[in-house]
Design a protein around this ligand. Structure first.
Ligand SMILES: Nc1ncnc2c1ncn2[C@@H]1O[C@H](COP(=O)(O)OP(=O)(O)OP(=O)(O)O)[C@@H](O)[C@H]1O
Length: 307
C-alpha cells in the first residue's frame, strides 16, 4: 500500500485553479520529487498533503489517514520543513532542539540528531548567527525530532551554495536510508536527478509527467545533445531543419542541438556535405534539464494550440 495517496486533488484560490486534478502515489522508503516552474502549484499540493490547506476536491491519504479529519494523527507521522522557516534570532541550537522535542508525544532523543546533522559544534550558537547551510541542517534536524515516517522538504537547498547543497543531499540520502520516506519539492534539476527515485513534473497546476529521472530523460524526444564549434558560421535554418532537432542554440561560437540518433547522423552528413570544419564535436546524453524543457515546452505548445 502506498504511504501517500493523492487522487483527483483540486485547489482553487479565488477564480484560479492552482492544483487541477492531480493524482499520484508515493511508496514507503522512496525519495519522491515534485518538480516544476514557479507558481506551478507544488507547495499548494504539498500543503494539502500536510493538512494545512483544505482542497476543493479530491482524496488524500497519508499512511491511511485523512490529513484534514485526522490532522493530529498525521502531524505525528509527518515531519515538515517549511519553505520559509524562521526561528527567533536569540534562540540557541540546543534550545531549538529541546523546544521542538517538547512539542511531540514520542520524540527521539534530540542528542542523537546532533552528530547526524553535524550540529555538535553549534549547540550554543544563536539561530541569528548561523550560516544558511547551518540553518538548513538545524531545520532538517527539527523536522526529524518527532521521529516521522515521512518528511517533507520544500526548496530545502534553494538558499545554499553548491557545497552546502551537496552536503544536504547526503543528509537526505541518509534519512531515506534510515527508513524515512522523503517528499521533496525542488526547482533544481540536478538535485532531482541525483536524489529522487521518481518525479512528478508539475506545470500550471497539473502533473505533466511522472517517472524516474532516467525514464523522463529517455521519454524525451531529444535524449541526445550534439554540439560543435564550426570554423565558419552555419545557417540557422540548416540546423533547425535537421531530423529530430528540437532545440538549436549557439553558445558563443558553439552550436548546440538537442535531438536523437537520426539528428546525430544528419549532423555528421551535414558536416561532411558542406565541408564544415567543425572542432570540439561532442555527443552526450541529455540531462533532466533538457527533458524538463522538452516536457514543459510541450505543455506550452498544447496550451497555445501548437502540436
Ligand atoms: N494563499 C494564497 N492565496 C491566493 N493565491 C495563492 C495562495 N498561495 C499560493 N497562491 C497562488 O497559487 C499559485 C501556486 O502557488 P504555489 O506556491 O503552490 O506554487 P509553487 O509551484 O510552489 O511555486 P514556487 O516554486 O514559486 O514556490 C501561484 O500562482 C500563487 O500565487
Amino acid at each position: 500500500m502506498p504511504i501517500i495517496k493523492v487522487q483527483g486533488l483540486r485547489k482553487v484560490y479565488g477564480s484560479k485553479t492552482v492544483v487541477d486534478d492531480v493524482s499520484f502515489t508515493v511508496e514507503e522508503g522512496e525519495i519522491f520529487g515534485i518538480l516544476g516552474p514557479n507558481g506551478a502549484g507544488k507547495t499548494t499540493a504539498v500543503e494539502c498533503i500536510e493538512g494545512l490547506r483544505v482542497p476543493e476536491a479530491g482524496m488524500i491519504r497519508v499512511a491511511g489517514l485523512d490529513p484534514i479529519r485526522q490532522h493530529d494523527d498525521v502531524t505525528r507521522i509527518l515531519g515538515v520543513q517549511l519553505q520559509e522557516s524562521e526561528l527567533q534570532a536569540k534562540l540557541t541550537v540546543r534550545e531549538a532542539l529541546r523546544l521542538y522535542s517538547a512539542l511531540y508525544p514520542n520524540p527521539i532523543d534530540w542528542r542523537s540528531l546532533v552528530d547526524r546533522m553535524g550540529l555538535g559544534e553549534l549547540l550554543e550558537q544563536r539561530f541569528g548567527k548561523l550560516s544558511g547551510g547551518q540553518k538548513q541542517r538545524l531545520f532538517v534536524a527539527l523536522s526529524l525530532v518527532g521521529s516521522p515516517k515521512i518528511v517533507v522538504f520544500d526548496e530545502l537547498t534553494t538558499a545554499l551554495d553548491p557545497r552546502a547543497r551537496r552536503e544536504t543531499w547526503k543528509l537526505v540520502e541518509d534519512i531515506r536510508n534510515a527508513g524515512t520516506t522523503v517528499l521533496l519539492v525542488t526547482h533544481f534539476m540536478e538535485e532531482a536527478e541525483h536524489l529522487c527515485d521518481r518525479l512528478a513534473v508539475f506545470d500550471r497546476g497539473k502533473i505533466v509527467a511522472l517517472d524516474t529521472p532516467a525514464g523522463l530523460i529517455s521519454r524525451s524526444e531529444s535524449p541526445i545533445v550534439i554540439s560543435f564549434r564550426p570554423q565558419e558560421p552555419v545557417a540557422d535554418n540548416e540546423l533547425r531543419d535537421l531530423p529530430g532537432a528540437s532545440l538549436v542554440s549557439t553558445e558563443g561560437a558553439r552550436v548546440v542541438i538537442n535531438g536523437n540518433d537520426a539528428t546525430v547522423e544528419a549532423v555528421n552528413s551535414l558536416i561532411a556535405r558542406k565541408r564544415i570544419r567543425a572542432t570540439e564535436l561532442r555527443i552526450v546524453d541529455a540531462t533532466l534539464d533538457d527533458a524538463f524543457l522538452n516536457i514543459t515546452g510541450k505543455a506550452d505548445d498544447a496550451t497555445h494550440g501548437g502540436s
